[in-house]
Design a protein around this ligand. Structure first.
Ligand code: ADP
Length: 260
């Protein structure tokens, strides 16, 4: 039960009475649990067939050559792009249900951030011709991280920077080494985020309700997953943003020490 107690004061400022509002949250919690369970089962069941469809699509693409009718090439290419979107969506749901079930595990190892960022920047650049992603390597200590999960965080932040700067433009990937952590920032000059929404965007399923966002597809899980992954690394994640000017998403990771 959640109790909210508010005092009522008399004219001299003495407490005269109080109101108590009790909200029974057990039903709310049960609904939340059922929702998590449903997301878990549904995404798990969807994973197998969609993985097969993706593989068949890749085989089909591999069978195409100069003699293939252009309409078939066009349809197979479009189909494969949509299947990749669907796979990403299903994995987001699956990750969310793992997080809420406490099953997100990390395989920590010393990681060279320059190599990891370089690789993901290159992949990100392949998905857009309107943006230019700039990344300059700096001398950095190793961090202690799960390469795959960290790659997922970088991919997510880059794809958001691309999605929410629909007119195109520069995207900067910066690194800074401090005393005992390294900070990675991803800067875009897109639509930005209103002040009031800046903390909420890390909540599950939260999306900024600006008309401009409505046209951009998504389900509001990416940043929630990113923050959970970074916090699981004993790191920190945040945003600085000015509406209509752009956003800087950053995360900080502890430096790898030999004793670990
Ligand atoms: P999704 O992109 O699927 O909606 P996210 O959790 O990645 O989910 O992002 C949540 C919300 O935060 C987005 O819907 C968008 O409103 C806002 N947002 C995220 N990244 C950016 C960005 N780089 N610029 C502006 N808004 C952003």
């Amino acid at each position: 039960v959640n109790n909210h107690i508010s005092p009522i004061f008399d004219k001299r400022g003495k407490v005269e009475a109080a109101t108590i509002v009790s909200i029974d949250i057990s039903r709310q919690k049960e609904l939340e649990r059922q929702k998590d369970e449903f997301i878990g089962i549904a995404s798990h069941e969807l994973k197998t067939p969609i993985t097969s469809i993706k593989a068949y699509g890749e085989i089909l693409a591999g069978l195409m050559d100069k003699s293939t009718a252009p309409i078939i090439v066009q349809l197979v290419t479009k189909m494969n792009a949509q299947v990749i979107r669907l796979v990403k969506l299903i994995y987001s749901l699956l990750n969310t249900s793992r997080i809420s079930g406490g099953q997100l595990t990390l395989q920590l190892e010393p990681v060279d951030l320059n190599a990891l960022l370089g690789e993901h920047v290159l992949q990100g650049q392949l998905t857009t011709s309107k943006h230019h992603i700039a990344f300059v390597e700096q001398q950095l200590p190793l961090v202690f991280a799960d390469t795959e999960r960290l790659g997922q965080v970088v991919d997510n932040l880059l794809s958001n920077a691309i999605k929410y700067a629909p007119k195109g433009g520069d995207i900067l990937v910066r690194t800074e080494s401090r005393d005992d952590y390294v900070r990675v920032s991803i800067v875009d000059f897109g639509m930005g985020i209103p002040k009031a929404a800046q903390e909420k965007i890390f909540d599950r399923f939260y999306r900024v309700k600006e008309a401009s966002t409505e046209a951009v597809s998504g389900i509001g899980l990416g940043l929630y997953i990113c923050r959970e992954i970074i916090e699981k690394h004993q790191g920190r994640m945040g945003v600085e943003s000015v509406q209509d000017e752009g956003s800087t998403f950053y995360f900080e990771l502890p430096i790898y020490r030999i004793s670990e």
